[in-house]
Design a binder for this molecule. Sequence first.
Ligand code: GDP
Length: 299
Amino acid sequence: WLGRLKSGLGLSSSKLSENLAVLTKRPLDDDMLEEIEDALIASDLGPAMAARITAKLAAEKYDRQVTDMDIKLLVADEVEAVMTKVARPLDITAFPRPHTILVVGVNGSGKTTTIAKLAHLYQEQDYRVMLAAGDTFRAAAIEQLKVWGDRLNIDVIHKDVGGDAASLAYDALTQAWELGSDVLIIDTAGRLQNKQGLMDELAKIKRVLKRRMESAPHDVLLVLDATTGQNALTQIDVFKEVAGVTGLAMTKLDGTARGGVLVAAAERSGLPVHAIGVGEKLGDLRPFDPRAFAEALAG
Ligand code: GDP
């Protein structure tokens, strides 16, 4: 999987090295620092990280020759330092159960697939899992979750298209509780085009879950698609507001040159990164490994 992650991120790092290679032919001066900062920002790492790396570089190497390797090592160290603070798998061990995870994100981000991957992961650890098809707007989303449920032999609580998502969530939590499930994962609609509607719906889902079980939902997991680059940052802002996101998963890191955006996402939001998606198969959800990620990103 790391190979795939690298081949995804490698594109951005080669873009980064291309940019850096032309910059490192003379002793480090202000112009070069500015260009290096621009190159780092262009690689989706975000302005805060770019500024810090540039400042460190200036402190260590001003007026001296720098190689692109010097810069890459700094990038890798800085990315690892920042991401180590946010790398944290979901903790589903606490009682009471079921541990309830509300999964939010725009359509197409990989929500349904991530839910199936999480279900598979917990199933392999001998947890009893239940799913709820809470995206009641899209028939395809309900169908897709049912297909995953069949494959995994996991119950999927669902209603017809247009059904009330909050009452579905309430029923699912009730059933999960009665059946002694350990984990309940609830899909939701991702209709950002109707922000107020989405906010009302998610607030209602959270309210009824809490009514059924004070500590639920335990997690509100935002699924982000790495290939959308800077759009992911806007999505964090919106979903933090409408859903009270507690953590992130980033999908499609296997197929993008824009993996650096995860750094910007973590820095900007301060949210933990619970998992990353590196492929379409059930086994392609990984705990986030800051060192491997930093090395792959820096190239
Ligand atoms: P949803 O609309 O948010 O529920 O998104 P889906 O789960 O249906 O995923 C949308 C598409 O992205 C599907 O074709 C998935 O197979 C694909 N996908 C999801 N996660 C990943 C990933 O980590 N890597 C790759 N390459 N594809 C993914």
